[in-house]
Design a protein around this ligand. Structure first.
Ligand SMILES: NC(=O)C1=CN([C@@H]2O[C@H](COP(=O)(O)OP(=O)(O)OC[C@H]3O[C@@H](n4cnc5c(N)ncnc54)[C@H](OP(=O)(O)O)[C@@H]3O)[C@@H](O)[C@H]2O)C=CC1
Ligand SMILES: O=C1O[C@H](COP(=O)(O)O)[C@@H](O)[C@H](O)[C@H]1O
Length: 531
C-alpha cells in the first residue's frame, strides 16, 4: 500500500451522504478537518455533502465546529481554507436526478484540478431505510469513469442472517468487493493492532494462546452512561447488535485467529473468515440478557430505569446488557469459552480483552477458595494498557504469594495515536481495506447470533433487571463461573486499599456477592523450597 502523497495529481471527491446527521457532523467531518489541518489529504480533495436538508457551508461549519477541536491560536486561517473545499448538494435519496446533480457538482470541481483522473469516495452516514436507494443511485449515476470508486457503509448491517442476504446482494450487485468498505471502528483501535503484534511477534504469547494453557477469555465493552443519544436506534437494535455482532466479534477474531498466510488484505480477511466459520452457532442457553432499572439512589433525572426514559417505550424488552458464551470448534481453541459481556448504565466504562490462564499446579497448601490464575489483559478504555496478573512472593519475611501486576500504560509512552475515524478515512483515500470487513465475514457473524436474535425478536423474553450503575445481573456472573471463568476483585485489586474496600462494598450492594467481591487479597502460603 502506498502512503498518501499530498501532492497527488488525481482529483478526489469525498461525498458524505446524510451530512446533517450525528455521525457526519460529530465523527466524519472532524476527522476530515484534522487530516486536512495536518496536510494528510491529497491536494486535489474536494468534499461534498448530500442531504435532504438544505445545507450551506456557512452554517454547516457552525454545526460541526463544536466537535472539531479547534486551536484558536493555530487554526483559524486553515479552518477557513478547509471550508472552501466543501460543497453542499441538496437531494432526495430516492431521486436519480438529484444524484446526477451531485455528479455535475463533482465534475465541476474535479476538472478544475485534473481533467483526466478522479477518484470518488461515498460515505453512507445514513440510516438503513434509505440504504438501497442510495447504493442503487450512486452506482447508476455517480461512479467515477476515470478513477476509483469506493463506498463506505456503517453498521447496522441489516438485522439478522435473513435480512443480511438482500443487503449483501444489493451492495455486491452495485459495487465490487474491492470497492466496498464496511466500517468497524474497533478494527482501527490500538487494542486490535496490539493483539496482532503481541500474538504473532512474541513467542511467549504465540506459544501459550491455546486450550492447553488458556482457561477462558472474556471480552468486555461496558459503559457507565445510560442509553440517551441514538436511543431510537438502540431500542430497535439492542445491545447484541449494537456492539457484539460487529466490534466484539472482531476482537474475538483477533485474539483467536491463526496467523494469516501473508500480510495481503485477502489473506488477512480469509483468515478472519475461517475463524468465524469455526465459531459454533450460539443458542438461547448461551446468553443472559439484562435491562437496567432504577437503583433509587441517583438524583440525576437521566439515571433512571431504561423504560423510565421519556424516549423509550414503557413496555420495551430491549436488552441493555448481554453476556454470550461462544465456542470455537478447532484444535487450538476447543473447550475454551469465549465470554462476551456488554452493557449500558453499568458500574464502569471499560473495553478490554481478558485472557485467563489455567491455574498453576505448584502450591501444596492450595486454598481451594482462592484459585489464582495468570491473566493477560489488553485494555483500550478508559485508558490504554496491557497488563499481566502474576503471583510473586509477598515482600517481607513470610513466605507467601501475592497477586501483582506487570503493567504497561501504552498511552504514557508519548506516542500520539491517530483517532479511529481519522485513520479509517486515511485508509479510504489509500484504498487500504485491511481495517474494513469483507461482506462474507458479516454473513458468518449473523449465522452465529441469529438463533438468539430470532428468539429475542419473536418470543420477547423479559431481560433480567439490574440496578443502574451495577455490574449487571448476578446470574450472568454465575454463568461465566459455570463455564470456567474465575472472577477476582475484577481489576480493582490493583488500586490502593481504600479504593478496593470502597469498590468491594459498593459492588456488594449493587450486585450481590460473587467471587469478584473477595474482600481479601489472595495470599497463598508456600513451603520455603517452592520459592
Ligand atoms: N452516530 C454514530 O456515532 C454512529 C452511527 N452509525 C450508523 O451510521 C448511520 C448514520 O448515523 P447517524 O448520523 O447517527 O444517523 P441520523 O439518524 O442522524 O441520520 C443521518 C441523516 O440521514 C437522514 N435521515 C434520517 N432519517 C431518515 C429517513 N427516515 N429517511 C431518509 N433520510 C433520513 C437525515 O439527513 P437528511 O434528512 O438531511 O437527508 C439525517 O441527518 C446509521 O446507520 C447509524 O447506525 C454507526 C456507528 C456510530
Ligand atoms: O459503535 C458503538 O461503539 C461504542 C463504543 O465505541 P467506543 O469507540 O466509544 O469505545 C458504543 O458505546 C456504542 O453504543 C456503539 O454504537
Amino acid at each position: 500500500m502506498q502512503p498518501i502523497d499530498p501532492n497527488n495529481e488525481t482529483a478526489h471527491s469525498f461525498v458524505v451522504l446524510g451530512a446533517s446527521g450525528r455521525l457526519a457532523t460529530q465523527k466524519v467531518f472532524p476527522a476530515l478537518w484534522a487530516l486536512y489541518r495536518d496536510n494528510r489529504l491529497p491536494q486535489g480533495t474536494r468534499i461534498f455533502t448530500f442531504s435532504r436538508t438544505k445545507l450551506h457551508t456557512r452554517t454547516y461549519r457552525l454545526i460541526c465546529a463544536p466537535y472539531m477541536n479547534l486551536d484558536p491560536q493555530r487554526d483559524p486561517q486553515k479552518f477557513n481554507s478547509f471550508w472552501l473545499t466543501v460543497h453542499c448538494v441538496q437531494g432526495q435519496y430516492d431521486q436519480a436526478e438529484d444524484y446526477a446533480a451531485l455528479t455535475e457538482a463533482m465534475i465541476r470541481q474535479e476538472t478544475k484540478h485534473n481533467k483526466i483522473y478522479a477518484n470518488r469516495i461515498f460515505y453512507l452516514a445514513l440510516p438503513p431505510v434509505v440504504f438501497d436507494h442510495a447504493t442503487t443511485n450512486l452506482s447508476r449515476k455517480c461512479k467515477s469513469l476515470t478513477g476509483c470508486t469506493r463506498i463506505v457503509v456503517e453498521k447496522p448491517f441489516a438485522r439478522n442472517d435473513l435480512t443480511y442476504r438482500p443487503y449483501q446482494t444489493a451492495l455486491c450487485q452495485t459495487f465490487n468487493e474491492s470497492q466496498i468498505y464496511m466500517i468497524d471502528h474497533f478494527l482501527s483501535k490500538q487494542i486490535s493492532q496490539n493483539l496482532f503484534g503481541l500474538r504473532f511477534a512474541n513467542l511467549l504469547w504465540s506459544g501459550t494462546l491455546n486450550n492447553r494453557h488458556v482457561a477462558a477469555i472474556m471480552i468486555t465493552v461496558k459503559c457507565e452512561k445510560p442509553v440517551k443519544a441514538r436511543a431510537e436506534y438502540f431500542n430497535f437494535f439492542g445491545i447484541i447488535r449494537d456492539v457484539m455482532t460487529n466490534h466484539m466479534m472482531q476482537l474475538l477474531a483477533l485474539v483467536s485467529m491463526d496467523k494469516p498466510y501473508s500480510n495481503t488484505i485477502d489473506d488477512l480477511r480469509n483468515e478472519r473468515l475461517k475463524l468465524f466459520k469455526e465459531v459454533t452457532t450460539a443458542n438461547v442457553g448461551d446468553v443472559i440478557l439484562g435491562q437496567y432499572r432504577n437503583n433509587r439512589m441517583e438524583s440525576d433525572p437521566d439515571k433512571v430505569g431504561y423504560t423510565e426514559h421519556s424516549y423509550i417505550p414503557k413496555d420495551s424488552m430491549t436488552p441493555t446488557f448481554a453476556m454470550v458464551v461462544l465456542h470455537i470448534n478447532n484444535r487450538r481453541w476447543s473447550g475454551v469459552p469465549f465470554i462476551l459481556r456488554a452493557g449500558k448504565a453499568m458500574n464502569d466504562t471499560k473495553t478490554e480483552v481478558r485472557i485467563q490462564y489455567k491455574s498453576a499446579e505448584c502450591d501444596e497448601g492450595k486454598n481451594e477458595e482462592l484459585e489464582i490464575r495468570n491473566e493477560l489483559v489488553l485494555r483500550v478504555a478508559p485508558f490504554e494498557e496491557i497488563f499481566m496478573r502474576l503471583l510473586l512472593k509477598h515482600p517481607g519475611e513470610e513466605l507467601c504469594l501475592k497477586e501483582t501486576a506487570l503493567n504497561l500504560r501504552v498511552d504514557e509512552r508519548n506516542t500520539k495515536y491517530m483517532p479511529n475515524y481519522n485513520s479509517l478515512i486515511l485508509d479510504l483515500f489509500k484504498g487500504n481495506q485491511s481495517m474494513f470487513m469483507r461482506t462474507d465475514e458479516q454473513c458468518e457473524i449473523w449465522r452465529i447470533f441469529s438463533p438468539i436474535l430470532q428468539s429475542i425478536d419473536l418470543d420477547r423474553p423479559k431481560p433480567l433487571p439490574y440496578d443502574f450503575g451495577s455490574r449487571g445481573p448476578l446470574l450472568a456472573y454465575r454463568k461465566a463461573e459455570r463455564v470456567g471463568f474465575v472472577f477476582f476483585a475484577s481489576d480493582e485489586w490493583r488500586e490502593n486499599k481504600e479504593t478496593l474496600d470502597y469498590t468491594v462494598k459498593s459492588s456488594r450492594i449493587l450486585s450481590g456477592p460473587h467471587h469478584a467481591l473477595k474482600p481479601e487479597r489472595a495470599q497463598v502460603k508456600l513451603k520455603s523450597r517452592e520459592i
